[in-house]
Design a binder for this molecule. Structure first.
Ligand SMILES: *[C@@H]1O[C@H](CO)[C@@H](O)[C@H](O)[C@H]1NC(C)=O
Ligand SMILES: *[C@@H]1O[C@H](CO)[C@@H](O)[C@H](O)[C@H]1NC(C)=O
Ligand SMILES: *[C@@H]1O[C@H](CO)[C@@H](O)[C@H](O)[C@H]1NC(C)=O
Ligand SMILES: *[C@@H]1O[C@H](CO)[C@@H](O)[C@H](O)[C@H]1NC(C)=O
Length: 397
């Protein structure tokens, strides 16, 4: 049965715990008794257990690889039905029906999912459905047809994406419901929507105690280029879209309230420039760039869809007096065009065997997000892992 209600309630979990322990015990003795097979596998009831109980059991049942979400396919138009074998249901298929029930410009869609041939009466499969604009999940207990309703696409971009690439479907081990619930805090951060933006704000409030108070208008200061000098610092906080999501996690793991920084430089003719990483070049790669101030500022004011909050932090006059503009220019020019540096980013988080992430984030969760994102935004996620791993393994090109 498709349901999104909470699968565990405290009143029933203690009893389920007994059941599970009995099952685990009986599965241990079962091989010696030539009895009928168990009606269901202990793994099947794990999702119903509290996480601290289910995880140790799970650890003893699965290899870590099994715990990551598995990409099973992308569902698009009816004539290209995707089929796969699940952990619980052995015959599954899905296709997308586009409709216009909302009467909006791009309409919406119904994802039809057919699950069949369960290996036991009580098992279930847990699914994550994702586009770059939304993530949702559901789990299935019963062999039958299920549907997932998407009232309205976020806009042309999502509509085109789903038409061309489909809705990505990931299968998760049923026991991973704990991870999935934790993912729930993290996934929407990356979606380029108002939902994503609010999720970022909520996340920072909840996990960092950050407060967000709307400023009085005007939201943009009239800044004069004459008042900005070489070495002045731009502290930037983006809260929407893919950069917003990454910045939120960066802020959280690093404890900073800015997720991105840039530096101002003036040339010998007094023209102002901004040195920044993460600038998208014509090939769609994120590189380090030195941009004319007017171009940079215009982009931030009018085109940056990550809703950036920018603070200008001028150098203290004493420090400015010591700032070597020539050396700064030499360094900036030597870095221009180089990759953004995902390796630094990811390894600034991951530097111990465990204890890298504040709860509820754990290595598993990060790997799960990356697995999902890898499929949906392959260029971006591949950058991050490939650069990071190449750096560690000394196999950079
Ligand atoms: C599926 O149908 C659409 C429209 O009916 C058509 O444009 C497309 O080529 C078909 N795709 C396949 C794989 O048959
Ligand atoms: C959905 O219906 C509305 C209103 O009738 C129309 O303007 C829009 O173009 C339709 N969209 C699609 C994708 O058919
Ligand atoms: C900013 O400058 C423009 C043009 O010089 C002016 O019209 C506007 O009132 C100024 N805004 C503020 C808040 O000073
Ligand atoms: C500033 O940097 C340049 C280039 O690295 C160097 O040649 C020069 O001596 C430096 N100036 C001072 C005052 O340190």
């Amino acid at each position: 049965m498709a349901s999104s209600s909470s699968p565990s309630s405290s009143s029933s979990s203690s009893c389920l715990l007994c059941t599970a322990l009995i099952l685990v015990l009986s599965s241990l003795v079962a091989p010696h008794v030539a009895a009928a097979p168990l009606p269901f596998h202990p793994r099947d009831v794990l999702p119903l257990l509290p996480r601290q109980v289910s995880w140790p059991i799970l650890d003893s049942l699965n290899s870590p690889d099994d715990l990551l979400p598995t990409f099973v396919g992308a569902a698009s138009a009816r004539n290209s039905t995707v089929k796969w074998k699940g952990a619980c249901f052995y015959e599954n298929s899905a296709w997308m029906e586009f409709h216009n029930k909302s009467g909006g410009e791009f309409g919406g869609g119904t994802l039809h999912i057919k699950v069949n041939k369960a290996h036991s009466w009580t098992c279930m499969d847990l699914y994550v459905f994702a586009t770059p604009y939304r993530v949702t999940w559901d789990y299935y207990f019963l062999s039958r047809d299920h549907t997932l309703e998407i009232k309205q696409w976020e806009g042309k971009a999502e509509y085109e994406y789903v038409k061309n690439k489909g809705v990505s479907i990931f299968l998760m081990q049923a026991g991973m419901i704990g991870t999935l619930q934790a993912l729930w805090d993290v996934f929407p951060l990356f979606t380029n929507t108002g939902w994503g933006e609010n999720s970022n704000i909520e996340f920072l409030k909840k996990h960092m105690g950050a407060s967000f108070e709307p400023r009085p208008q005007p939201w943009v200061t009239n800044i004069s280029v004459d008042d900005i000098h070489s070495g002045d610092f731009l502290a930037i906080s983006k809260i929407r879209g893919r950069w917003g999501g990454f910045e939120t996690l960066e802020k959280w793991v690093s404890g900073a309230y800015a997720g991105h920084t840039a530096v101002c430089l003036k040339d010998s003719e007094g023209k102002l420039w901004v040195g920044e990483s993460g600038h998208e070049n014509e090939q769609g790669e994120d590189v380090i760039a030195i941009l004319p101030w007017d171009e940079w500022w215009d982009f931030e004011l009018h085109k940056d869809d990550s809703n950036p909050h920018i603070a200008l932090l001028p150098l203290h006059p004493d420090v400015r007096a010591k700032f070597n503009e020539t050396a700064a220019w030499e360094y900036a020019l030597s870095m221009a065009g180089k990759p953004y540096g995902y390796h630094n980013m990811i390894f600034s988080w991951i530097d111990t065997k465990d204890g890298n992430y504040p709860p509820p984030l754990d290595a598993h969760l990060v790997a799960s997000v990356m697995t999902v994102w890898n499929k949906i935004q392959p260029d971006y996620a591949a950058n991050m892992w490939n650069e990071a791993l190449n750096k560690r393994l000394g196999t950079e090109v």
